[in-house]
Design a protein around this ligand. Structure first.
Ligand SMILES: [Zn+2]
Length: 316
């Protein structure tokens, strides 16, 4: 039977967890659906990635209100993807903060990305009619920004390209806690349709060099021990490296994208096929890797139309 487009067959709701990493940090996770990180300062709360819609974000706010009544002043966008940013308005933040590279991507492709992502994965956009439009940063930084939420130091850092060119991590140096966005996944397949495969492994080494004791990945459970942090970083790095090596070898051998896709899907399946959204991500990931290995240094814009054409070509 033909595979349904992207994640149209994925309709089962996930169980949500709200884990305390320290007195300053919490993780809102949902069995492989996009996560939200929460930082509690002396006088304000910061939310990292918002959920896909304001209605979904309200459940994050409900959880935050169970642990603190401090105002939610800051929303940080780890990158531009719709599924992470379109719920921002629900928090009524004073500032929406993003890297300049993320801002540039929103300008360039935010509208296309919003339409494409909503079409790909309807379950992840519950009450999509509550989205007021694109989420625009109110504060943009280059490479690094330091905030003090009272006595709590918070570092927003770009440590290299990977999942996108704008990837931002949030680091609490006093606590050694890291919120990674989609640079790190755990038990979930990394989406790499907008990725820089050649840079991603080194960027993960930069994250590891911080020596976090706990890490909130983009998808999957919060990593609350040194071993789990190591596993999350290593697993993501292995997947990205192996996928790109496979695709590069196929392209060098003169194979076409369709053949490379089938080879790579089969080659990685024994090791990674049990990760959530494997079948969803692989066509996008292999297409981007093939583009990078052949003629496109930067990711081409995904539109709703291009998504369908690609899916038909590889899965139809
Ligand atoms: Zn993403």
């Amino acid at each position: 039977m033909e595979k349904k487009f992207a994640s149209h067959a994925d309709v089962e709701e996930k169980r949500i967890s709200f884990d305390k990493l320290s007195d300053r940090a919490y993780a809102y996770t949902a069995e492989g659906d996009p996560n939200t990180g929460i930082v509690v300062g002396d006088d304000a709360v910061m939310v990292i990635d918002t959920q896909a819609t304001p209605v979904m974000a309200r459940d994050v706010i409900r959880r935050i209100r169970e642990v603190t009544d401090k105002p939610i002043r800051y929303v940080v966008l780890s990158h531009y993807h719709a599924v992470r940013v379109l719920g921002a308005s629900a928090y009524e933040p004073e500032q929406v903060i993003a890297s300049r590279d993320t801002y540039d991507l929103i300008v360039e492709r935010g509208e296309h990305d919003m339409r494409s992502e909503i079409e790909r994965f309807p379950r992840l956009f519950r009450a999509v009619e509550s989205v007021p439009g694109l989420t625009w940063p109110t504060m943009v930084f280059d490479k690094r920004l330091t905030l003090w939420l009272g006595s709590l130091q918070v570092e927003l850092m770009q440590l290299g390209r990977g999942h996108t060119k704008g990837d931002t991590v949030v680091w609490l140096p006093q606590q050694k806690i890291l919120v990674s966005g989609d640079l790190v996944e755990f038990g979930a397949t990394p989406y790499a349709g907008d990725a820089y495969f050649q840079d991603w492994p080194a960027t993960l080494d930069n994250l590891a060099a911080l020596q976090p004791v706990a890490l909130v990945p983009g998808r999957g459970d919060a990593l609350t021990t040194l071993q789990l942090v190591r596993d999350g970083l290593a697993g993501t790095k292995a997947f990205i490296s192996e996928l790109y090596a496979n695709v590069k070898a196929g392209a060098a051998a003169g194979k076409n994208l369709n053949a490379i896709y089938k080879d790579t899907h089969a080659a990685l399946k024994p090791k990674y096929g049990q990760w959530v959204i494997y079948d969803h991500c692989m066509p996008f990931d292999v297409t981007r890797a093939y583009d990078l290995a052949t003629q496109y240094p930067d990711p081409r814009i995904w539109t709703a139309e291009r998504d369908i054409a690609m899916w038909k070509a590889l899965e139809g």
